[in-house]
Design a protein around this ligand. Structure first.
Ligand code: MYA
Length: 236
């Protein structure tokens, strides 16, 4: 049953699942109420003034007002960040209650604000780029006082994966190459810049650079390959 629903679900932005399937999912979920969809990339008290300043900078240049949803003119779109990636798919909020209900997106699995991954991403559809403001918390230590390389890789995978998702639909990471150029201090704010390199059939190639907010310092560089999949294939 679950595999059947999952196979039929499918799609990121712009694709509707049939109302018959939605009705069936709702019927099997009628004990779950209310269903909430929280955006974890909204500003919170743990954000430093620098994080807030750059958030305001990009938010002011968005095509939609984050609070009122009114249309504006601007090249950027602030992307929501949910605690399961399936919630980004149409109808995913329902399927998230059916499959591994306790599962959480790794970067959104710790509730203490500011302790791990504080981040917000903006997407520029015209230029096929994505930037992410990232404030790594004290629980992400690798070298003393600095961010663990695995945490940096996680953020690169997450932001490039988000860009691949918006450009090519459901995809998984097939290859991730990283050069760590300079250690990232815990509690600092860095910008993760991601850009589409090219799309070849099912393959989406993305480049990524992690810099200081004034972009004078390059911390990390990466290239990532995503391969498009049918979402249902993940559920057997
Ligand atoms: C709207 C969106 C919002 C999203 C928000 C979400 C936020 C969270 C985001 C979180 C993001 C987290 C994301 C995560 O953490 S995803 C989790 C980590 N990734 C995985 O677990 C993936 C595991 N691997 C696989 O499932 C398969 O191997 C895949 C599906 C990748 C390919 O197996 P499949 O049988 O389907 O296809 P194929 O083998 O015919 O290959 C197809 C093509 O690809 C080329 N190829 C394959 N592998 C490699 C390689 N290593 N280097 C270079 N090339 C490679 C291959 O040569 C071929 O090319 P060509 O011969 O056609 O030219």
């Amino acid at each position: 049953m679950l595999a059947h629903i999952a196979r039929r679900i499918g799609h990121f932005h712009g694709h509707q699942i049939s109302s018959a399937i939605l009705r069936r999912m709702r019927a099997s979920l009628k004990t779950i109420n209310p269903i909430s969809l929280q955006d974890f990339s909204q500003p919170n008290p743990s954000w430093s003034p620098e994080m807030r300043k750059f958030y305001d900078h990009y938010n002011a240049q968005c095509d939609t007002d984050t609070e009122t949803y009114e249309n504006k003119t601007g090249p950027w779109r602030k992307l929501p960040s949910y605690n399961r990636s399936i919630k980004h798919a149409t109808g995913g909020i329902y399927i998230s209650k059916l499959i591994q209900a306790k599962a959480r997106l790794f970067t959104r699995s710790v509730n203490e604000q500011g302790a791990t991954f504080e981040y917000v991403a903006f997407f520029n559809k015209e230029e096929k780029i994505c930037i992410c403001l990232f404030q790594p918390g004290h629980l992400l230590e690798g070298a003393p006082g600095h961010v663990h390389g695995g945490a940096i890789a996680t953020m690169i995978d997450t932001v490039t994966g988000t860009l691949a998702g918006y450009l090519s639909g459901p995809s998984v990471t097939a290859n991730l190459n990283i050069n760590y150029r300079s250690p990232v201090p815990l509690g600092s704010v860095v910008i993760i810049h991601c850009a589409l390199d090219r799309i070849e059939g099912r393959k989406t190639f993305i480049t990524c650079k992690v810099t200081s907010t004034d972009e004078s310092k390059v911390y990390t560089e990466a290239t990532v390959l995503f391969v498009s999949i049918k979402l249902g294939s993940l559920f057997g």
